[in-house]
Design a protein around this ligand. Structure first.
Ligand code: SF4
Length: 297
């Protein structure tokens, strides 16, 4: 198997109680069968608590949808008492992703995590590390070399982002209309963006000037999306995946202009916050991701 990962992949560590978010609230956490057996064998007070708080192969969330092992201070009781090796597969893998294409595997850290956003947007341009051995078929080799060329093109400051992604038109709303909303914020803000589309478009030049020194953030985001999704072209065509990536970028860009329009600023904390939020809206949902990546608008 040949693997490719961003150079910051091995640096990733969940910042737990220092995070403004928590991945242990608001969604069902399934426990893989091997870990379930370990939990069933656990004795003492922790074993009792595990028995009480697991049902049908998942943790039983509290009324406010928290994992029952999440302390108020944001730390995980299971890690604190037994170490990271005691976690089930989902908890120890999240927010990593794996995308297979024949004998090739792309590994990365999903942007639904704010620490992953920090790693992507700080430091140097996205650099991919390739390792391992294996025989790749011709199509995979061609797609990989096309992806490298595209990432190089996007990271080259001489190429205009306007041409690549920010030529906004109202087609985007056709895709948004079919999105499953992550939460009310999506429903309300997407409706606001649609209602104020003309105003937001007319704010583009001012916003672009405001963000000029940080336009590399969009280049990094596009590079991340290419790394994560481009190889899915094996099931469709490069043009279809590129169209999907372009729609993702336009969604992000419109959302960012909207923040600027409402608050008069778009600082680094906004960058982390909006990138994480759009990732949750799109990447948390396989259906929403597919809507973009299979879109033939
Ligand atoms: S968002 Fe990232 S850093 Fe924060 S709790 Fe989740 S995995 Fe950890």
């Amino acid at each position: 198997m040949i693997t490719t990962r961003p150079d910051y992949y091995d640096k990733f560590k969940c910042i737990a109680d220092k995070c403004t978010d928590s991945c242990c609230i608001g969604w069902e956490i399934d426990i893989d069968p091997d870990t379930l057996k370990v939990y069933e064998k656990e004795g003492g007070a922790l074993g009792e608590k595990l028995k009480k708080n697991t049902k049908n192969g998942a943790f039983v969330l509290t009324e406010d949808e928290r994992c029952p092992f999440l302390y108020e201070n944001g730390l995980c009781e299971l890690i604190c008492k037994k170490g990271e090796g005691f976690l089930c597969a989902i908890c120890s893998e999240h927010p990593r992703y794996y995308e297979y294409c024949g004998e090739h595997l792309d590994m990365g850290i999903g942007l639904c995590c704010e620490e992953a956003c920090r790693l992507l947007f700080s430091g140097k341009p996205l650099t991919l590390i390739t390792e391992g051995e294996g025989e790749l078929d011709e199509e995979t080799k061609e797609l990989l070399s096309l992806r490298t060329a595209l990432i190089d093109k996007i990271q080259d400051e001489d190429n205009s982002l306007e041409e690549l992604f920010f030529n906004l038109d109202e087609d985007i709303f056709e895709v948004w209309a079919d999105f499953e909303p992550y939460d009310n914020r999506w429903t309300e803000t997407s409706a606001y963006i649609k209602a104020h589309f003309g105003e937001l478009v007319s704010l583009k030049d001012e916003f672009n000037e405001y963000i000029a020194e940080r336009s590399y953030e969009y280049r990094r985001l596009a590079s991340y999306l290419l790394h994560r999704y481009f190889m899915r072209a094996v099931y469709s065509a490069p043009s279809v995946i590129l169209r999907g990536i372009s729609l993702y970028m336009k969604t992000q860009y419109l959302w960012d202009i909207c923040v600027y329009h409402k608050t008069g600023k778009f600082d680094y904390a906004d960058r982390i916050g909006t990138a994480k939020y759009i990732s949750k809206q799109i990447e948390y949902s396989e259906e929403n991701t597919d809507l973009l990546l299979m879109c033939h608008l």
